[in-house]
Ligand binder design. Structure first.
Ligand code: PHE
Length: 338
């Protein structure tokens, strides 16, 4: 019995080695005939020797024989698969079905969202006017969103119904809110940089407005701030005009209307013409001395102007988009056009 099993194991080992060594299907076929051949195969030869095993042990020997046979057949199947998979002599079925002359499947190209494209272009224009880009957080404290901007506690702009206050407080225990304007970044920049400054900041702001064709509770602003000696309103107006003409073309008309913001004095609102109408695209003005003082600047030494423009409005006029909501539905059939 032990001798029989030893012979079986030897056979299994050499059969497996022969199948593994086969370099093509012809070699594998001759190895198959040698080991698994129905008449003269070596497995058959060992099988015949089962008669030499004692009658008592024969069932166990038969079981062992079947097990080894399955193993050898498994090794053969594995070798077959290996040669089918990549062998030059037997091209794989997948390779046979691949027709390199058929046209490929076109990939659908994505591109930047129109708002992102607008932001990049605005940065380019303002960069050429000497402005660098500053960033600020979208979750703000009341100091940066209101107080330092000369917006006192009793001011209606601080009404909880007009802001997205968060249900958590800041590290100092003060209230936190989603910023309602990018003017927060003016404060953050001036707190950290001595004059002169010349920065823009582009990002999202949040106000609980009901969405319609021209309003959305989240939108983008481009804030601008220039502080230096001898900065005047004339600088602000000519810079804004230059900016708008660069982005919308020289045939655009703009106008400035007197307005009020707590953090600028005097203040204006700026409109551009669109389909025979005036559309407001932002607010601006000369930085209020109280704001300069709040950040530690000397209003006797420096003056500055600031502006906050609606990025969607600019993008919509440029691309003739009638409804701001289309920009945020993210229907690719719409976005694909830009
Ligand atoms: N922060 C103002 C707004 O959101 C716009 C503004 C910015 C006005 C800077 C003046 C100066 O309406």
């Amino acid at each position: 019995m032990a001798e029989f099993i030893e012979r079986l194991e030897e056979l299994a080992a050499s059969a497996t080695a022969a199948f593994d060594a086969a370099g093509d299907t012809a070699e594998l076929e001759s190895a198959r005939v040698e080991y698994l051949g129905a008449k003269k195969g070596r497995l058959k030869a060992v099988q015949k020797q089962i008669g030499q095993v004692g009658v008592q042990e024969r069932p166990a020997a038969g079981k062992q024989l079947n097990e080894v046979k399955r193993r050898i057949e498994g090794a053969f199947a594995a070798a077959q698969e290996r040669l089918d998979g990549g062998g030059a002599a037997a091209p794989a079925s997948a390779a046979r079905q691949f027709d390199p002359t058929l046209p490929g499947q076109a990939l659908r190209w994505g591109h930047l969202h129109p708002i992102t494209q607008t932001i990049e272009e605005l940065k380019g224009i303002m960069g050429r006017l000497g402005f660098s880009v500053a960033e600020g957080p979208e979750i703000e404290d009341e100091w940066h969103n209101f107080e330092a901007l000369n917006i006192p506690l009793e001011h209606p702009a601080r009404d909880p119904l007009d802001n997205f206050y968060l249900p958590v407080v800041g590290a100092d225990g003060g209230a936190l809110l989603l910023r309602s304007q990018t003017s927060t970044v003016q404060i953050r920049v001036m707190e950290n940089t001595p004059p002169p400054v010349r920065v823009i900041s582009l990002g999202r702001v949040y106000r609980p407005d009901t969405p319609d064709a021209t309003h959305y509770p989240m939108f983008y602003q481009m804030e601008g701030l220039l502080v230096d000696t001898h900065v005047t309103m004339a600088d602000l107006k000519s810079m804004l005009r230059m900016f708008v003409v660069s982005y919308l073309g020289s045939d655009v008309h703009i106008r400035f209307r007197p307005s009020f913001f707590p953090f600028t004095e005097p203040s204006v609102e700026a409109d551009f013409s669109w389909n025979d109408q005036w559309i407001e695209f932002g607010g601006a003005g000369m930085v209020d001395p109280n704001v300069l003082e709040a950040v530690g600047y000397d209003p006797e030494q420096v003056t500055g102007f600031a502006f906050g423009l609606g990025i969607e409005r600019l993008c919509m006029r440029r691309h003739d988009i009638a409804d701001i909501r289309d920009l945020f539905k993210n229907d690719v059939r719409f976005l694909h056009q830009f």
